[in-house]
Write a protein that binds this ligand. Structure first.
Ligand code: AGP
Length: 609
């Protein structure tokens, strides 16, 4: 979750560290800090809250040196205070850390027994003290790091500098990603490539238990025993452009309105536009789709909702049984190995720790081939998969996922078609009709987004509600869950998503005039049933918002508010019907004055378990 940047250079490193942190702020924004080593000193500056607070402090307390590390934090151990902000220091060592040290309490107690006094509540602070202890025992800095790491249990990506050493930066990882960037007269580390691409495109992706030793002259890699190792140098494709909001007030709104174009891009990359067909080999990569007998989809949050929609599509079109698991549960429910079971992981960032751990479990313990749907090239999940379908959403900056979700749905719909085709479950007429339906989504999405002002008006009327219920059935049940998640994340209003038919089994007890009920109701084969559920709400005085197409007969269901939709097929419905829910959450959050793009307690990339 936290972001790390570091470098050793011929120039003053402070501005590079701050710019790197700016690009990493999506990973956490509870506090930020830097440490810089000169030939005679080591200085540290930290500030709570967003990076701009650190920048203000730097104006009053300039810090200079040729070697430094920076960190933007998402708090795990200890409140987001300045004392708990990274870097954490002993007398001679400064450390930035991403991950969790699981045995930190025992380590802390043994260090305290030796007379060390701690300044923070973090798990990280044991690391500089462990290294310092080895330095005091006479080890050189690199050996001290190697020995200290031997005491650590858990996950870490580390950047380490030393007092009076302005040409030495040591990095190490286990579990959490870390990249080395090779520059000219300067070398870098980063928790991902984004803070480094402005300076170099040559990257080394460290493996677990690799140690990297950086100086201005070069980089050497070693294992925990100190043996030299080699890792490939890759030319990164990650783009260095910083996204801007353009005419929009928030990135989230911009990203909602980008959906027609990025859905179009994703479709263009996955289907044959001229013939309206799907190329199975292109989608399957190295995996034999005809041999797939069952599928386990694994993901978190919004990506998990995309997986739930895909279950309906794959089971109906390809007739393959699908389980959808929350990644953090998957390993612990210990599913039995199944012959022919394909693992599908879905992740916008490609770095989500729970999803990555579940992917590795599925490969090593269950023998599954893994196909991943990922938005970020070169991400850990992409690199660990047998096949990857890339969504073409472009960088998503708003923490609440919008365009990444709809492009995931597009990729999953094409995956369902490819699986069906490989198993001879799809006639060429059906294939062509369904691809045509998908190709109409960008235009239809444009039409849906023209309802923005009407949705804003509804948001103004409902913004004071203390809770919301979202209902849907079939592929729109996960869309109801996604609508509730969006509202929770950015407006801090409690919201629940339910399968509409399940309401009478409990949540109906909540219905009164204070609980708005948002109903996702495309006119599909379940429409009449959903409308009966709406009547149950009306009968109890609930305030109902229905999202549906206007009926040709004028016989609409009774609803306090209606968001009119364009007519569409069943495959397109969940992709189109989520957009009004995104806009409703967005406008309610804006009326409530929350930080829409960086809501409290959240981070864009969740790299701790
Ligand atoms: C989405 O709005 C959330 N911020 C969150 O649930 C997210 O979808 C989840 O953390 C999974 O992230 P990933 O897609 O990058 O793996």
């Amino acid at each position: 979750m936290c972001g790390i940047v570091g470098l050793v250079s011929e120039r003053n490193v402070t501005s590079v560290l701050v710019e790197g942190l700016r690009r990493l702020e999506y990973r956490g924004y509870d506090s930020a800090g830097i440490s810089v080593a000169s030939a005679t000193d080591m200085l540290r500056l930290r500030a709570t809250g967003k990076l701009k607070n650190l920048q203000k402090r730097l104006k009053d307390h300039p810090v200079t040196g040729l070697c430094g590390i920076g960190h933007t934090r998402w708090a795990t151990h200890g409140a987001p205070t300045r004392d708990n902000a990274h870097p954490h220091c002993s007398e001679k060592v400064a450390v930035v850390h991403n991950g969790i040290i699981e045995n930190f309490l025992a380590l802390r107690q043994s260090l305290e027994a030796e007379g060390v006094s701690f300044k923070s509540d973090t798990d990280t602070e044991v690391i500089p003290h462990l290294i310092e202890r080895e330095l005091n025992r006479g080890l050189d800095p690199v050996s001290a790091v190697r020995v200290a790491i031997g005491y650590l249990k858990g996950a870490f990506a580390l950047g380490i500098i030393f007092h009076s050493h302005d040409n030495l930066l040591v990095a190490a990882r286990r579990g959490s990603p870390l990249i080395v960037g090779l520059g000219d007269g300067e070398n870098f580390i980063g928790s991902d490539a984004t803070p480094l691409v402005a300076y170099t495109r040559r990257m080394i992706y460290l493996d677990d238990d690799d140690i990297a030793v950086l100086s201005r002259e070069g980089v050497t890699l070693m294992d925990l025993d100190g043996n030299t190792i080699h890792r490939p140098v890759r030319e990164t494709q990650v783009q260095g452009d910083i996204a801007d909001k353009g005419q929009y007030r928030h990135f989230m709104l911009k990203e909602i309105f980008e959906q027609p174009s990025v859905i179009g891009e994703t479709l263009r990359s996955l289907v044959d536009l001229a013939n309206h067909t799907v190329n199975v080999d292109q989608i399957a990569g190295d995996i034999d789709f005809s041999a797939v007998q069952s599928i386990h989809i694994i993901a978190c949050g919004t990506s998990w909702h995309a997986g739930m929609v895909a279950k309906y599509w794959i089971e109906q079109l390809a007739k393959i049984p699908v389980n959808v698991d929350i990644a953090s549960e998957y390993r612990y429910r210990r599913p039995p190995p199944q012959a022919g079971c394909l693992g599908v992981t879905i992740s916008q960032s490609g770095e989500t720790a729970d999803t990555l751990a579940a992917l590795r479990y599925a490969r090593s313990e269950l023998g599954q081939k893994i196909l991943s749907i990922v938005n970020v090239p070169e991400s850990s999940i992409a690199r660990d998969s047998d096949s990857v379908i890339y969504t073409q959403a472009g960088p998503e900056i708003g923490v609440a996922s919008t365009k990444a979700f709809t492009t995931q749905l597009v990729a999953l719909s094409v995956l369902a078609l490819a699986l069906a085709k490989a198993r001879n479950q799809l006639s060429s007429d059906q294939e062509s009709a369904l691809v045509s339906e998908l190709l109409q989504i960008p235009g239809r999405m444009e039409q849906v987004l023209t309802k923005d002002t009407e949705i804003q008006d509804i948001a103004r009327e409902l913004m004071h509600a203390s809770g919301f219920l979202f209902l849907g059935r079939g592929t729109c049940f996960p869309i109801a869950l996604e609508g509730a998640l969006k509202l929770k994340e950015i407006s801090y209003i409690h919201a629940e998503g339910y399968a509409a038919g399940e309401m009478k089994h409990g949540p109906i007890a909540l219905i009164d005039e204070d609980l708005p009920v948002v109903v996702v109701a495309p006119r599909d084969n379940l429409y009449e049933k959903v409308i009966s559920n709406v009547e149950e709400v009306n009968a109890r005085g609930g305030r109902v918002v229905v999202i549906t197409t206007e009926s040709e007969t004028g016989q609409d269901c009774k609803a306090g508010y209606m968001i009119p939709m364009v007519a569409c097929g069943e495959l397109a419905a969940p992709i189109l019907y989520v957009a009004p829910l995104q806009l409703l959450a967005y406008h309610i959050a804006v009326y409530k004055g929350t930080d829409v793009d960086q809501p409290r307690n959240l981070a864009k990339s969740v790299t701790v378990e």
